[in-house]
Design a protein around this ligand. Structure first.
Ligand code: PLP
Length: 362
């Protein structure tokens, strides 16, 4: 690894694999003999067509996406999907169910209120979003069009380990654990994710949608939010985020080269395990508020028993080239995001630093 790079624990935009960045660098001025950068290409030319098609087919291999699902490369972030989903799947009077396990699912619920009649069927707010409900504990609304979940809450660090199996459709925000492990896509109506955590730069939003759910958008749906338009035009209705899609494609190639998502999951489990172990074995010096069985493999929030030392912790870690460890402003403390591209060496270095810091301050 380069000596001038830091270990970046940011929640997103986040660290990318060095091999991917190097490959992009080597192709920056002249993509495969085209004489131009991918940034400069027509999105309708044969070069970019090959890039977006390869990105889609590699993603299909990675996640084993069934042929009755469409893959869309969109813009606007996962936040835009908070509106697009109810606009495409519901009429204004339709009921939908939201499971609120943290800030992101809460935002999705609030946005849906503008376009349909969403109901919060479970909320972890009173327990400070440290839990995930068991499916049996969810009371579904009789005619709900779908059940929305956030598969991994980036801020609170809670992650679904098993997915609900609603009578209606399951719709999941997978922004922060997308491609971090295998997923049975056929269990979902829609999976959506912003790219900027596990699979690329910000600016690309990936939507995987069962094809029969496309085509029922409300009249008022802006053209840019209508899945039918994007599907019919293979994500090229307007100018897509070309360079971002290219970068996602390089990441998908890299994940396949690592042996696919089963292998990637093994690495992610190992990284998370040593970090949670370090917290557990600190005799309370470090604490993770999240219920152990639903702790995220991707985002690890923790606090210091002596909260007054948190600033010092973050500052000293940064001096040792471990950056972006400050927790989200809404929860405080620290947060280490350890997405696919965070090497094991980064987590080992953090754990060693935590032990050393504790030794000095216990
Ligand atoms: N959902 C989750 C789980 C997130 O972590 C984020 C983070 O940014 C969002 C949604 C919002 O995504 P975007 O900024 O791409 O709109």
């Amino acid at each position: 690894p380069s000596h001038d790079r830091v270990f970046n624990f940011a929640a997103g935009p986040a660290t990318l694999p060095e091999t991917v960045l190097r490959k992009a660098e080597s192709e920056l001025f002249n993509w495969r003999g085209s004489g131009m950068s991918v940034m400069e290409m027509s999105h309708r030319g044969k070069d970019f067509t090959s890039i977006i098609q390869k990105a889609e087919s590699d993603l299909r291999s990675l996640l084993d996406i069934p042929s009755d699902y469409a893959v869309l490369f969109l813009q606007g972030g996962a936040t835009t999907q908070f509106a697009a989903i109810p606009l495409n799947l519901c009429k204004p009077d339709d009921t939908v169910d939201y499971v609120v396990t943290g800030s992101w699912s809460d935002k999705a619920f609030k946005e849906a209120q503008k376009y349909c009649k969403p109901k919060v069927i479970w909320s972890g707010k009173s327990e400070k979003y440290t839990k995930i409900p068991a499916f049996e504990g969810l009371e579904q609304s009789p005619n709900a069009k779908y059940m929305h979940i956030c598969a991994n809450e980036t801020i609170h660090g809670v992650e679904f380990k098993n997915y609900p199996n609603p009578k209606s459709l399951l719709v999941a925000d997978m922004s922060s654990n997308f491609c971090s492990k295998p997923v049975d896509v056929s269990k979902f109506g829609i999976i959506y994710a912003g790219a900027q955590k596990n699979v690329g730069p910000s600016g690309v939003t990936i939507v995987i949608i069962r094809k029969d759910l496309i085509g029922g958008a409300q009249e008022i749906t802006p053209v840019m939010l209508d899945y039918k338009i994007h599907h019919e035009n293979s994500s090229l209705y307007n100018t897509p985020p070309c360079y971002g899609i290219y970068m996602c494609g390089l990441v998908f190639e890299d994940l396949l080269a690592q042996g696919g998502l089963k292998e990637v999951e093994k690495k992610n489990k190992k990284k998370a395990e040593i970090l949670y172990e370090a917290i557990n074995q600190s005799n309370g010096f470090y604490r993770c508020p999240v219920e152990p069985s639903v702790r995220s493999l991707m985002n690890v929030p923790f606090t210091l028993e002596k909260a007054e030392l948190e600033g010092e912790f973050v500052k000293e870690a940064a001096k040792e080239k471990m950056v972006q460890l400050k927790g989200h402003r809404s929860v405080g403390g620290m947060r280490a995001s350890i997405y696919n591209a965070m090497p094991l060496a980064g987590v080992e270095k953090l754990v060693a630093f935590m032990k050393e810091f504790q030794g000095r301050h216990a």
